[in-house]
Design a protein around this ligand. Structure first.
Ligand code: 13P
Length: 255
């Protein structure tokens, strides 16, 4: 059975003191989760070793990085490799967030290389996809997202898919307060599962965790997570406040 996950992507927010406090607050309110449910925290690189130390012995919460470089090592000033992240006890790496695609010009070919770096260092990938508003308005979002998934992931053998989570994040819903309706989310998640199934078969598709991201908050999480193909959320703004993040975790715990 596929896992349900609520993952907090802090993006470029919080200093070390604020980050440690937020993790402590989250621990205090964390509900008991069944084995098929998991919380993931993705702080900025600088926080990772501190957060890893805080997470010692807490099996319900896993550590994620927000990015890694596409090469294994070398003269790439300012960058961080997948093997460095592995040595900091990182379990997941977010790859292909729309902010990285847009501001850092990361294309699907580069993202496929990053996916390989993460998997070859025995971590899991949270692979982001999602369409801009113009594509949604033109009605071609399914093709757009299908291409992102094909070009970013379909070079992988089926055995590697168990180490991949997909996050559907419509760009028009990120940080805008405009959430996709549960019907829009369900439709796209079912499409994504179908695309995965077309390449890898129905069992691999059924086992794939597909998260929704984009203005997810305590007030809409339960409805979104109740959709049959929505397996949790990738949370931005609401992951920066313990009470909001915990409200979303509760929505998953109640499923
Ligand atoms: P918001 O929850 O702030 O819309 O961000 C979503 C996101 O981009 C998570 O990766």
């Amino acid at each position: 059975m596929r896992k349900k996950i609520v993952a907090g992507n802090w993006k470029m927010n919080l200093d070390l003191t604020e980050g440690a406090e937020l993790v402590n607050e989250i621990f205090k309110g964390l509900p008991v989760l069944s084995e098929d449910k998991q919380v993931v925290i993705a702080p900025p690189y600088l926080h990772l070793t501190q957060t890893a130390a805080q997470l010692t012995g807490i099996i319900d919460v896993q550590l994620a990085a927000q990015n890694c470089h596409s090469e294994a090592s070398g003269a790439y000033t300012g960058e961080v490799s997948a093997s460095m992240l592995k040595s900091a006890e990182v379990a997941y790496v977010i790859i292909g967030h729309s902010e990285r695609r847009e501001y850092f010009k990361e294309d699907n070919a580069m993202l496929a290389k990053k996916v390989n770096q993460v998997l070859s260092n025995d971590m899991k990938v949270i692979f982001c996809c999602g369409e801009p508003l113009a594509i949604r308005d033109a009605g071609t979002q399914n093709d757009h997202v299908g291409t992102q998934i094909r070009e970013g992931l379909f070079h992988l053998p089926v055995a590697q898919l168990t180490n991949v989570v997909i996050a559907y994040e419509p760009i028009w819903a990120i940080g805008t307060g405009r959430t996709a309706t549960s019907a829009q989310a369900q439709e796209m998640h079912a499409h994504i599962r179908g695309v995965v199934g077309g390449q890898y078969g129905s069992e691999a598709a059924a086992n794939m965790t597909i998260l929704y991201g984009g203005s997810c908050k305590p007030s809409n999480a339960a409805e979104l997570f109740a959709c049959p193909d929505v397996d949790g959320g990738l949370i931005g703004g609401a992951s920066l406040k313990a009470s909001d993040f915990l409200g979303i975790v509760e929505a998953m715990a109640d499923l």
